[in-house]
Design a protein. Structure first.
Length: 185
């Protein structure tokens, strides 16, 4: 797995639009449902994967803008080594945006919550998480965080076309963690 970085998010509970009672909240990497802590792009402190190398950077931005992080959850993300191209039906390499530094500091201990499948048509940040954004979790079994329980299931679902008609790809499989010691809402 490739270390991608951190994001602080306001985790949303499942709303009535997602007809999957097993899902309690949305831990997706995209911000379609569970929003990022602020509009952080103009700070230009993100890394080449459009996340943050350490929680400290997030806290510095929040302090600068007087953002209260108390009701938010810190996530750490890693990606499967290749992305799936739905047009060619092939796994292909991907890389961070080279103009941004990349020096991710992985947490000493982390808690895995599951795997998200996200679109990256612009090759920088996660645009959409079809399990939650497109409601695919209504037909694809997920855990209570609207994530898949294992990497092999995520790979198989991509390869068998379960995500083909959701959003433009390519798709990346993202492991969603919370650093140990940080609560997951």
């Amino acid at each position: 797995m490739i270390p991608l970085g951190y994001m602080m998010k306001r985790v949303m509970k499942r709303d009535d639009w997602l007809k999957q009672p097993k899902v309690e909240d949305i831990f997706s990497v995209s911000e379609c449902t569970s929003k990022d802590f602020c509009d952080w792009v103009d700070e230009w402190k993100h890394n080449g994967y459009w996340l943050f190398d350490s929680p400290r950077i997030i806290h510095d931005i929040a302090r600068k803008h007087n953002i209260d992080l108390d009701d938010m959850t810190l996530f750490y993300y890693e990606a499967y080594e290749t992305q799936y191209n739905v047009e060619t039906k092939q796994w292909e390499p991907f890389a961070p945006e080279p103009s941004f530094p990349l020096c991710v500091e992985p947490p000493p201990r982390k808690i895995l919550h599951g795997y998200d499948v996200a679109t990256y048509s612009y090759n920088n940040s996660a645009e959409c998480s079809p399990l939650s954004c497109n409601g695919l979790a209504e037909d694809i079994p997920t855990n209570s965080h609207c994530l898949l329980d294992d990497l092999e299931t995520a790979k198989a679902l991509l390869e068998t076309g379960a995500f083909d008609n959701s959003e433009p790809g390519p798709f990346r499989i993202i492991a969603v963690y919370t650093p140990a010691g940080h609560s997951a809402s």
